[in-house]
Design a protein around this ligand. Structure first.
Ligand SMILES: [Zn+2]
Length: 240
């Protein structure tokens, strides 16, 4: 997607400038909007229109209580898969909750606090500041440890309609609903795998496996091979 974007970027010649701006502290929404505007000044394409969103990382210093925010553009959300719960089930919501859970950082791993001017113990939390039209959710099945890579084959259940990402967005943003339209599956192991896809169109869902295309029913979509989920924003609310 990065390559596609680079080729069709409407602003390929704008020089990259530093986004760092501590001179004029802005409100969160203004800061996010200003960062987004700067992004569009150099990266603007149909890919950005459809797939790009903005992630907010909030850092809270435990010593002086200072909050600082950084904003990053994302084209996909890479979600960790939690350990199976006692019920043995893992849902997409569990993955999103883990992704957005507050993380404690010790002094060594914390960035400098802008106010204390030194590394302090802090907490970090990720949230979605700007929702893309299409959100690409990557279930991070591959874990790299020091000596090896392993693949998780946990079945993660996910909604086909009305996935609400509102709780992971700005405070009080209300429901932000998405419907699933495609799944990329990974079968096999770390060393040898095979990709297939399920996509929906007006006639329903089809399973794409190399040169073969076969219709599938909705209850065949949720498998332990689901690897990347493609959700598009459900716009019904806009017409009310
Ligand atoms: Zn501080």
């Amino acid at each position: 997607m990065d390559k596609l974007h680079t080729e069709i970027n409407r602003r390929p010649y704008v020089r990259r400038t530093s986004l760092f701006n501590l001179l004029f502290p802005l409100r969160i929404s203004e800061e996010a909007a200003s960062t987004w505007k700067k992004h569009l000044e150099r990266d603007d394409s149909r890919i950005v229109d459809l797939f790009s969103g903005q992630l907010r990382s909030s850092l809270h210093c435990s010593v002086c209580s200072h909050y600082s925010n950084t904003f990053d553009v994302f084209c996909d959300l890479s979600l960790p898969i939690p350990k199976r719960s006692s019920s043995g089930e893992v849902t997409l919501k569990d993955c999103l909750d883990l992704f957005s859970q507050e993380e404690k950082l010790d002094k060594e791993n914390s960035p400098m606090c802008e106010r204390c001017n030194r590394r302090t113990e802090s907490t970090k939390r990720l949230s979605i500041q700007r929702f893309p039209q299409v959100i690409v959710i990557h279930l991070n099945r591959f874990t790299t440890s020091r000596w090896s890579i392993s693949k998780s084959t946990v079945c993660v259940s996910f909604p086909l309609t009305n996935l609400d990402l509102g709780p992971y967005g700005p405070v009080d943003c209300g429901p932000v609903l998405y419907d699933l339209y495609a799944i990329c599956n990974h079968a096999g192991t770390v060393n040898m795998g095979h990709y297939t896809a399920c996509c929906s169109d007006d006639n329903g869902w089809c399973f794409y496996n190399d040169s073969s295309v076969t219709p599938v029913s909705e209850n065949q979509l949720q498998t332990s091979q689901a690897y990347v989920l493609f959700y598009q924003r459900n716009c019904i609310l806009y017409y009310w």
